[in-house]
Design a binder for this molecule. Structure first.
Ligand code: BDR
Ligand code: CA
Length: 338
């Protein structure tokens, strides 16, 4: 299996990258970073740092689109920290970083030279995917599959009452991507992991302790009392330290917003589904994205009753087993640390 990841790293994007990096049997061809949680440049640096800590510094990382297609760029330091990875510090040497164009050097040559072989995983706003579809309209046929984290269907938003962050950030890109898939055969339609399933994937401090144990490292001690203003973790595992320092910020963010002292790790689920590690059920349907209204900007609408008789343009994942996700992540940590 070959895979390109398009990320806005981002704490949960970092977990997705760890999952991808852990699979020796998967060719992680490259990573591109879009503007969303943080700037594309910072997201690329964070991605390169995560890959370095995973021992995968050979994977090239490109900076993707610097801004959404139409609306101004908005980042979310309150959710992911000022540089996008919470309290984590990056290793000094980010040799993965590439300065070339992500489409010309990564996406297009890969898709054209390996038709039907490469999965695209997108865990940030859909800006880079929309630009790739403009540059290569055959992309739906050239990619093995497209897996997206984004949207919210019959479920509250996490950015506005109705909109999910990735769709809100670049609603025009999301709308353009779904339009591009109208009328495609079902198996080519993007597989969409929306908040209805991704919010079920929660990591808690105890889980992180278990991950540290799996890694043979000291537990990072992340109880809320100890957490605030603690110095960076030192568990004897660089990977566990990075995860602990990133997740500590994410726990605090979720606690501040009333979710409890935990982290919803949306993008991890999308990576695991792309890798075939978590069984799921999905429904093919027509999806549209609101671009015109300030009230409902980025709201994703699925015609689940087929009221409009429009051709399906997405497969919405509507059922997963959350426990399988955490087990798969633990297995990834074990692979990377033994
Ligand atoms: C999505 O928004 C981002 O903050 C996360 O990284 C995830 O991709 C969840 O709405
Ligand atoms: Ca993300």
């Amino acid at each position: 299996m070959r895979i390109i990841a398009d990320v806005d790293t981002g704490i949960d994007d970092a977990l997705a990258l760890v999952q991808l990096a852990s699979r020796p049997d998967v060719e992680l061809v490259g990573v591109s970073a879009s503007t969303g949680n943080t700037t594309a440049r910072a997201a690329a640096r964070n991605s390169a740092g995560v890959l370095a800590v995973c021992g995968r510094a050979e994977v090239p990382v490109y900076t993707g689109a610097g801004a959404p297609l139409v609306v101004p760029a908005t980042t979310t330091p309150e959710t992911h920290g000022s540089a996008g990875l919470g309290y984590a510090r990056l290793p000094g040497d980010l040799t993965s970083l590439r300065s070339g164009d992500f489409l010309e050097e990564l996406w297009l040559p890969e898709l054209r030279s390996h038709p039907g072989a490469t999965t695209l995983l997108v865990t940030g706003p859909l800006t880079d995917l929309a630009l790739a579809l403009r540059a290569e309209p055959e992309l739906p046929r050239l990619a093995a599959q497209v897996v997206i984290m984004g949207g919210s269907f019959n479920h509250p938003g996490n950015t506005t009452p109705t909109a999910e962050w990735n769709s809100w950030c670049d609603p025009h890109a999301a709308a353009e991507v779904y339009r591009a898939y109208e009328g495609m055969p079902t198996q080519r339609l993007p597989l969409v992991c929306s908040l209805g399933v991704t919010e079920q994937i929660e990591l808690k401090p105890d889980d992180l302790d278990r991950l540290a144990t799996a890694a043979g490292a000291l537990a990072p001690q992340l109880s809320p009392e100890l957490a605030r203003n603690r110095p960076p973790s030192d568990t004897s595992s660089a990977l566990i330290d990075l995860l602990a320092d990133a997740l500590r910020f994410y726990f605090e963010f979720h606690a501040d917003w009333g979710y409890g002292y935990l982290a919803q790790v949306h993008d991890l689920l999308a990576a695991e589904i792309a890798l075939g590690e978590v069984p799921y059920h999905a429904t093919a349907t027509w999806v549209g994205v609101e671009t015109g209204s300030e009230l409902t900007r980025g709201t994703t609408v699925a015609d689940l009753r087929n009221l409009w008789h429009r051709p399906a343009n997405a497969r919405i994942v509507d059922h997963v087993a959350p426990g399988v996700s955490l087990a798969a992540f633990t297995a990834a940590i074990q692979r990377l640390t033994h």
